[in-house]
Every structure is written in structure tokens, then in C-alpha cells.
Design a protein around this ligand. Structure first.
Ligand SMILES: [Zn+2]
Ligand SMILES: [Zn+2]
Length: 299
């Protein structure tokens, strides 16, 4: 692992990889499929927001409009907060459980886990390609929600949740860039999107924490309570499935209650090199399975 890439942002601004590629004339275009997804999602968000504003304005009286607006704002924020938690469950699952042989889920897991081995991968394609990764899941519900135009609280919650989920890989990309746009730095500072510092904790082997990647607001409480270890134990007891992070036996032992936190942390540090070797070998096998299914991706 290149620890230099994972250190705090250096004081000297450097071009993000995407800009460097653009300067070199190598920036690839957003595919027609991804463009369609982004246009659909953008249209859904615009129509939904316009409908929401119309509901607030037509509430009847000024107090009623203020109450509707406040309720909508609260539900929008709740949607954003819920999306961060949902991103944690999703990320924890794709990092730990899918088998490479599973066609759709294996591809999804590969697209996430390749990032542990090449942290600059998100900055190589255009931003529109990053956004379309989750946009393919959020565009349809957002467009349908905007067309149906439910009550303000529901519509605002939908905008908050799908908007945050759509932005997820953009936020993730920026958290790895040395010189993101100034607006991004402001949003990071305000806690609207994830900060670099919060996300870098996820990239420490054995990739066992800080799975929430919208703004990471759930990460401190989930880490403090060892939520993911308990969740892994529950899944193990119910299905027998072991997460990938248990390939560091200290994590498994802690999850199953046979060692304390201090012992786990000490053993994780000691096991780090062995874990990375194992993870590299495992990833190469995963890559072989993926490229056998997608020979066009082999370069
Ligand atoms: Zn991950
Ligand atoms: Zn990352």
C-alpha cells in the first residue's frame, strides 16, 4: 500500500489525477449510458425540488408555508443522514461477503475492492462516471418520486436520500484528491460530505472500519461501539459466512469475544504485513475471475 497517498493533504496544492489527465489530453468521455443516467438523475432532482418548492409556497398561509418548509428541511436532512448509514451497510457488505464467481455481485465487489489496491482509481475517469455508479440505482426512484409528487415530507426525504447516495462516489473521489475544488473543501469542513481524514481510516488494513462514505457522520459511533464486529458475529452465527476482514484472525477473535480491544489492536498491527500479502493474492484471484468475464477490460 502506498502510505504516501493516504497521508493528510500536503500543504502544496497539486493537480488531481483527473486534471492532470485532462491537461495531457487523455481524459476519457462519460459513456452514453452514464450520461443518460446523470441526465435522468439531474432531471429528477430538479423536478422534485421544483415540486417541493411549489408545495411549500402553496401551503395556504405564511405560518403553514413555514411549517411545511421546516418539515421538508428536517426530512431532507434525515434522508441524507439515513443515506450515510445505508452506505456503511452497503460498503461493509461489498468489501466482505460477495464471492468473485457470482456474476453481478462479484463484479460489484470487484469494482469496490479494486479501490483498496489502487486508491487513485476514482480520479481517473470523469466525475460523471463516478456519479453514475450509484446514479444507476437512484435515478429511477428519484424520477418516479418527482413525477408522483408525494407530500412534502416524503418528497424531501427522497431528495435527501437519493441526492446523497448519488453524490457518494463523488464525495469518495474528492476525499482521495490532494487538491479538490474549493466548494468541495467547504462541504467537507461543514460535514456535508466526507472528509479525507475520516475516510483514510478505512484504508488501513484489514479494512475493518469507517465504512460510511456519504459524510461519515455515523463512523465515530459505529467504531466506538464496535458495531461492525457485532454485525459480523450475527451474520456468522446465522449463516456461517465469515467477512474478509476476519482473514486477520485478531478481528475474528475480537468479534467472537475471545480477546479484548487492546489485544486486537496490537495483533492487527503485528499482522498487517501478512494480511496485505494475503489480500493481494486474494485480489489477484478475484481479478482473474473478473477479467475472464470481461476480457474487454484487460489492458
Ligand atoms: Zn472499502
Ligand atoms: Zn477510498
Amino acid at each position: 500500500m502506498n502510505l504516501q497517498r493516504l497521508s493528510p493533504r500536503p500543504p502544496t496544492p497539486r493537480l488531481p489525477a483527473s486534471s492532470a489527465r485532462a491537461e495531457a489530453g487523455k481524459q476519457e468521455a462519460v459513456s452514453p449510458r452514464d450520461t443518460l443516467i446523470n441526465v435522468a438523475m439531474g432531471s429528477g432532482l430538479a423536478l422534485g425540488t421544483a415540486n417541493l418548492a411549489a408545495q411549500v409556497v402553496s401551503a395556504g398561509s405564511l405560518p403553514a408555508a413555514a411549517a411545511t418548509g421546516a418539515l421538508a428541511l428536517g426530512c431532507g436532512v434525515a434522508g441524507w443522514v439515513a443515506a450515510d448509514l445505508a452506505s456503511g451497510f452497503f460498503h461493509h457488505w461489498v468489501d466482505n461477503y460477495p464471492r468473485p464467481e457470482d456474476r453481478v455481485l462479484g463484479d460489484l465487489a470487484y469494482s469496490f475492492q479494486v479501490h483498496h489496491h489502487k486508491v487513485t482509481d476514482l480520479s481517473e475517469p470523469p466525475l460523471g462516471t463516478n456519479l453514475a455508479q450509484t446514479g444507476q440505482l437512484t435515478a429511477l426512484p428519484m424520477v418516479l418520486g418527482a413525477l408522483v409528487n408525494p407530500p412534502a415530507a416524503m418528497l424531501a426525504g427522497l431528495i435527501g436520500f437519493t441526492g446523497a447516495a448519488y453524490l457518494l462516489q463523488g464525495s469518495h473521489r474528492w476525499s482521495h484528491e490532494n487538491n479538490p475544488p474549493p466548494l468541495v473543501r467547504k462541504l467537507e469542513a461543514l460535514g456535508v460530505i466526507q472528509s479525507r481524514e475520516d475516510h483514510m481510516a478505512h484504508h488501513r488494513p484489514p479494512y475493518k472500519g469507517n465504512y460510511c462514505i456519504v459524510n461519515g457522520m455515523w463512523n465515530p459511533i459505529l467504531e466506538k461501539t464496535h458495531f461492525w464486529r457485532g454485525w459480523e458475529k450475527l451474520i456468522y452465527r446465522c449463516t456461517g459466512a465469515e467477512p474478509k476482514c476476519w482473514r486477520d484472525p485478531a478481528v475474528k477473535d475480537f468479534s467472537l469475544g475471545s480477546i479484548d480491544e487492546a489485544t486486537m489492536n496490537r495483533r492487527v498491527r503485528e499482522n498487517s504485513k501478512d494480511f496485505l500479502k494475503l489480500d493481494k493474492r486474494d485480489f489477484e484471484q478475484m481479478q482473474q475471475v473478473f477479467l475472464a468475464r470481461h476480457p474487454e477490460q484487460a489492458k
